[in-house]
Write a protein that binds this ligand. Structure first.
Ligand SMILES: [Zn+2]
Length: 390
C-alpha cells in the first residue's frame, strides 16, 4: 500500500512541474547534474544529451567535481587535473586525452564559448560513479557515502530543481529576446563593419579623416599617449566628426607594457589622462599593442576588466604594418579576403602612407557589398581573438 501511495505522489509531482518541458524546445534535451547530493547550477550554457551522451560545460562543473581546470589558449586545450590524474581536452582536435594514454575522438565542442565535454567519462576518470535517474532527468556522480539513494534523490531536490528550471527558462527567454532585438537592429542598420586605426594620431590622420568623410564612414582610433598630446587638434577633430577613440597605451614596447598586469592598466590610465587633457573626454575602449595574444593572459585580462576597460582585438588583419614597402593592393586584398569570413568584421589598419593609399578602395569595396562602417561604441561587448561568435 505504501508503495502505491509513493507511486501516486511521484506521478503528480513529476507531471506537474515538468509539463512545460515539451513546451520549450530549448529544454527538451536538458538534464540536471547532481554531484553526490548537490544540484549543479549552470549559467548561460547548460548540459545537453546528444546521441545518449551527456555533455557538460566543464568550467562550471569543475568545482563540484573538485578538479582543477586550466585553459591553455595557445594550444587551444583545457587541462583537467586531480592528484596525479590528468585529462586534456583538445578543442582543435575535438578529442580527449588521458594520462593513461586513452583517446576519445569527436567528443569535445564549444557552446557559447564554453568547452563541452563528456560528463560520465570525466566523472568516472576522477573516481565518481555515474547513475541516471529518470525523474528530472538527473545524471548523478557520486564518490561519497550519501544521505539519500538514487530513488529518493529527486524528492529531496525537487524544490531546488523547480527553482533551477524557472531560472534557466528565464535566462533562455531573456537571451531569445536579446537575440531578436539584435537581429532587428542589424536588419535596420545593415551589415556593420568596424574600421580601426592603431598607433596614431599622426601626420596621416587628417588625410584618413577626409577619405572616411567622402565615404560617409566612421572609424575607431586606438591612439598612443604622446601622440595624442602632439596632434591635439586632429584628436578633437576626429571626435567632433563622430569617430570613436580608444587607448593604445604609452610605450608600445612589449617589455615595458607587459611587465605586469598593473603596467598595462597604468599605461592605459596615462593615455586616458592625455585624452582627457586634450579633448575633455575619457574612454573605456582599449587595444593592447600587438593584440591580446599571447601577452594578455588571464591575470592581465582580469586587471584591465577590473579597471573598467573593454579590450578589443580584430578579426580582419590588413597586415599593413608587416613590411614598410607593402603595396596598397596587398592590403586591399587582405581585407577583402577576410571581411567575408566574419559576421561582424573588425578591420585592423595603421596610420601609414600605404594604408592611406589603400583606404579608398577598401571603403569602396565595403560600400559596394552593403557594409556600414560604424564607430565602436563604449558599451558594446568587445570582439576578441578567442571570441568565436563573430
Ligand atoms: Zn600598435
Amino acid at each position: 500500500m505504501k508503495k502505491c501511495i509513493g507511486a501516486f505522489v511521484l506521478f503528480i509531482v513529476i507531471f506537474f512541474p515538468f509539463q512545460s518541458f515539451a513546451e520549450n524546445e530549448s529544454l527538451n534535451n536538458f538534464i540536471y547534474i547532481v554531484v553526490n547530493d548537490q544540484l549543479v547550477s549552470f549559467h548561460d550554457t547548460y548540459p545537453v544529451v546528444k546521441n545518449g551522451i551527456t555533455y557538460v560545460p566543464i568550467s562550471a562543473l569543475s568545482e563540484y567535481l573538485k578538479v582543477h581546470t586550466k585553459w591553455d589558449q595557445r594550444n587551444n586545450c583545457v587541462f583537467i587535473r586531480k592528484g596525479n590524474k590528468e585529462i586534456i581536452l583538445d578543442l582543435s582536435l575535438k578529442a580527449l586525452f588521458t594520462d593513461k594514454g586513452q583517446i576519445l575522438t569527436d567528443c569535445i565542442f564549444l557552446e557559447n564559448n564554453h568547452t563541452m565535454a563528456p560528463y560520465k567519462f570525466i566523472a568516472n576518470y576522477f573516481g565518481y560513479e555515474v547513475s541516471y535517474i529518470d525523474e528530472g532527468p538527473i545524471a548523478r556522480a557520486r564518490n561519497a557515502a550519501l544521505s539519500v539513494g538514487d530513488d529518493e534523490l529527486f524528492f529531496m531536490l525537487q524544490n531546488k530543481i523547480i527553482k533551477e528550471k524557472e531560472r534557466i527558462l528565464g535566462e533562455i527567454k531573456k537571451k531569445q529576446e536579446e537575440a531578436r532585438m539584435k537581429k532587428r537592429l542589424l536588419k535596420k542598420q545593415g551589415k556593420i563593419v568596424y574600421i580601426t586605426f592603431d598607433d596614431g594620431p599622426s601626420i596621416y590622420t587628417e588625410k584618413i579623416l577626409n577619405i572616411l568623410n567622402q565615404y560617409n564612414a566612421k572609424a575607431t582610433f586606438f591612439m598612443l599617449s604622446d601622440r595624442i598630446r602632439i596632434y591635439k587638434s586632429v584628436v578633437r577633430k576626429l571626435i567632433n566628426e563622430g569617430h570613436s577613440v580608444g587607448l593604445h597605451g604609452v610605450s608600445h614596447n612589449v617589455r615595458k607594457i607587459y611587465r605586469s598586469p598593473n603596467t598595462v592598466v597604468s599605461e592605459m590610465n596615462i593615455c586616458n589622462t592625455s585624452l582627457q587633457k586634450v579633448a575633455g573626454i575619457k574612454t573605456n575602449l582599449i587595444r593592447v599593442p600587438y593584440g591580446s595574444v599571447p601577452y594578455m593572459t588571464s591575470s592581465y585580462r582580469k586587471a584591465v576588466k577590473r579597471a573598467g576597460y573593454k579590450m578589443w582585438d580584430w578579426n580582419v588583419d590588413s597586415r599593413d604594418s608587416l613590411r614598410k614597402n607593402i603595396s596598397p593592393n596587398v592590403i586591399i586584398n587582405n581585407v577583402k579576403k577576410q571581411v567575408k569570413r566574419h559576421r561582424v568584421p573588425v578591420i585592423l589598419l595603421h596610420e601609414r602612407s600605404t594604408t592611406v593609399k589603400a583606404l579608398p578602395q577598401i571603403l569602396k569595396y565595403l560600400q559596394k557589398n552593403g557594409y556600414k562602417p560604424v564607430p565602436i561604441n563604449k558599451s558594446q561587448d568587445p570582439i576578441n581573438f578567442w571570441n568565436r561568435r563573430y
